[in-house]
Ligand binder design. Structure first.
Ligand code: G4F
Length: 340
């Protein structure tokens, strides 16, 4: 019989890639989504899988709804990708973020414990838990130092996963994923914000400079399509565990801008300092980037770089897409999309 998988957060970047991956493996896929008045299924349509998924109403804050869904379908695997995932917003909505990203995971684990204890559970944990990193690179053993309400809530969920594994024998895995991007990335995240805006400038659809915050923080950026395979691999192993998923390379926001600019014929030179800094195209003299303090965070995560050697050794996983290829994929997609 086909295996069944339930994916919460089906409408997000990772939900689309994971659903496509599991459908190719002949899974029956249940996609859990939060009702909204706008069309949130555009990614599933772009992946051409919208009609192949059973979509179910779901809300991480509604325990009765979670219990009903788990009890009725008792899936073989549950991938919890649902969250308030925008770090910046978590300072404005700390209580909601904690409810959804922390308590929501406890609700899921309780429902599994009560109604479907054989369901294997994957939790989308995050490199943000390392925050003000105390070690470089970060591994599964690196102590955590969360720097945002988002990271604090995710840390609670991470430990709940470990605790339900050890206390109740639930097969729960925590994937500590470093930043992962793609042409399906939400437009509020920095990489996609940059590629969309530069593509619009290139296609002369706008004249306005792109406003950004801290250009010097560094992230370990991988490709989301590579990372969903690892979510699945964790649940196929004999033992549940925690895994860091990363490329092992780090780049600043500035590096990302330079790399994607090459495809837009911009040669950016930086002028000014701190809040007054600007990125100017040497050829045209036009201002392409402006630093704007509204995009700075109350506490920043300055440097993330992961060591995924455990994933390589135990699950034979390695990322395929390199930083340069990721930049190229994203900017070419957005040049094409904005042109249309
Ligand atoms: O793209 P970001 O918003 O991603 P962030 O905060 O690293 O978090 C993402 O990755 C995590 C790890 O997988 C996930 F857990 C999380 O859910 C999310 O997917 O910001 C990256 C960096 C930050 O240092 C930020 O300060 O870019 C800097 N930045 C500079 N200007 C900006 C901007 N970020 C955004 N979103 N917008 C700006 O204008």
């Amino acid at each position: 019989m086909n295996k069944s998988a339930m994916i919460s957060g089906i409408t997000g970047q990772d939900g689309g890639y994971l659903a496509k991956f599991l459908l190719q493996k002949n899974y029956t896929v249940y996609g859990l989504y939060r009702r909204a008045s706008n069309d949130t299924f555009f990614r599933l349509k772009e992946h051409e899988i919208f009609d192949k998924i059973t979509l179910l109403d779901f809300d991480l804050l509604e325990f009765t709804n979670i219990c009903r869904v788990i009890r009725k379908y008792q899936p073989d695997e549950f991938y919890n990708l649902a969250a308030q995932s925008f770090v910046s917003a978590s300072w404005e909505e700390p209580l909601y973020t904690t409810q959804a990203d922390g308590m929501g995971v406890l609700y899921l684990l309780e429902a599994i414990r009560e109604f479907s204890p054989k369901t294997k559970f994957y939790q989308a944990s995050t490199s943000e838990m390392f925050g003000k990193a105390v070690e470089i690179p970060q591994t599964e053993k690196t102590p955590f130092y969360p720097r945002s309400p988002y990271a604090v809530a995710k840390l609670m969920a991470h430990w709940a996963c470990v605790n339900y594994r050890e206390s109740f024998n639930i097969f729960s895995c925590s994937g500590i994923l470093f930043n992962h991007e793609s042409p399906m990335r939400g437009e509020e995240f920095v990489t996609r914000k940059i590629t969309l805006h530069l593509a619009k400038l290139y296609n002369k659809l706008t004249d306005a400079p792109l406003k950004l915050g801290n250009l010097d923080s560094k992230r370990d950026w991988g490709f989301a399509g590579d990372y969903v395979e690892m979510m699945w691999k964790m649940l196929q192993n004999d033992n549940p565990d925690n895994y860091v998923i990363a490329t092992g390379e780090t780049h600043s926001i500035r590096d990302f801008i330079h790399e994607v600019s090459r495809y837009c014929n911009f040669d950016i030179e930086w002028q000014g300092n701190n809040e007054n800094e600007k990125g100017i195209d040497k050829k045209s003299g036009k201002t392409i980037i402006m630093v704007d303090k509204q995009f700075f965070r109350p506490a920043e995560v300055d440097l993330l770089i992961g060591n995924a050697v455990k994933a390589k050794e135990i699950l034979s996983w390695e990322p395929k897409v390199k930083f340069n290829d990721l930049c190229k994929m994203m900017i070419l997609h957005d040049i094409d999309k904005t042109r249309k």
